[in-house]
Write a protein that binds this ligand. Structure first.
Ligand SMILES: [Zn+2]
Length: 222
């Protein structure tokens, strides 16, 4: 019986779409009702409230903050959620300069950016993160930004992909630290190595699957 129950460990996935860049912020919840927030893009007061209301109504204790990368639209809520919840925060080491640069250019996009604490832990390629009975594997996928990572859940066959791979598109590479050839290599060697059934939850736009992108994505040619 207990052995059987061990197969029931599952993340619940909730998607929020925040800020003028229509960035997807993901909330994974464990069976212990612990929350893992990925890419906090909440900016307006109404967006902070939307997040908190969802946590309260579903009795979720927010404990962890992960970032696929640190472009401004993915960290607008970083200071707020840290100040409010006091989280364990994780980012890839190669992305730290990107994180630190946000305060210097956020105003160019019209944002008032609150500088927050630095990430408390650095992520490495192949690292497995444990949350209760659930696991996420860290896949280092640079190119859109130098320290982009994808969080892959093998048991449930989904990936939180940040801005690496989108529905029928790929991340832009014209921002500092971006590199087109590197991005294509990351997609082909890391993301396309995942099972075709894997559901891809991207940083912008609708979800997709690895299998359908292999067939229909016009930007990734074999
Ligand atoms: Zn980005």
């Amino acid at each position: 019986m207990y052995k059987f129950l061990s197969f029931l460990f599952m993340f619940q996935i909730k998607t929020f779409t925040f800020n003028p860049f229509q960035e997807n912020t993901y909330l994974l919840t464990t069976e212990q009702n612990e929350g893992i927030l990925i890419d906090p893009g909440n900016y307006e007061q109404s967006e902070h409230q939307e997040l908190e209301q969802y946590l309260n109504e579903n009795n979720i204790t927010l404990k962890y903050l992960l970032n696929t990368h640190a472009h401004v639209d993915h960290v607008l809520g970083y200071e707020y959620v840290n100040r409010t919840f006091g989280l364990t925060t994780r980012l890839h080491a190669e992305e730290l300069p990107v994180f630190r640069a946000v305060k210097t250019y956020a105003s160019n996009y019209g944002f008032v950016f609150q500088e927050g604490p630095e990430p408390t832990e650095l992520l490495e390629d192949g690292q497995v993160l444990h949350f209760g009975g659930n696991e996420l594997e860290v896949l280092f996928c640079p190119g859109h930004s130098p320290g982009s990572v994808v969080f892959y859940c093998k048991a449930q066959q989904f990936a939180i992909a940040g801005d690496v791979l989108f529905y029928r598109s790929i991340g832009r590479t014209d921002l500092p630290g971006g590199d087109h050839a590197t991005l294509l290599r990351s997609i082909k060697t890391k993301m396309y190595a995942l099972p075709n059934e894997t559901i891809v939850h991207s940083g912008h736009g609708p979800q997709t699957t690895i299998g359908s992108e292999k067939i229909y994505n016009p930007f990734v040619n074999e």
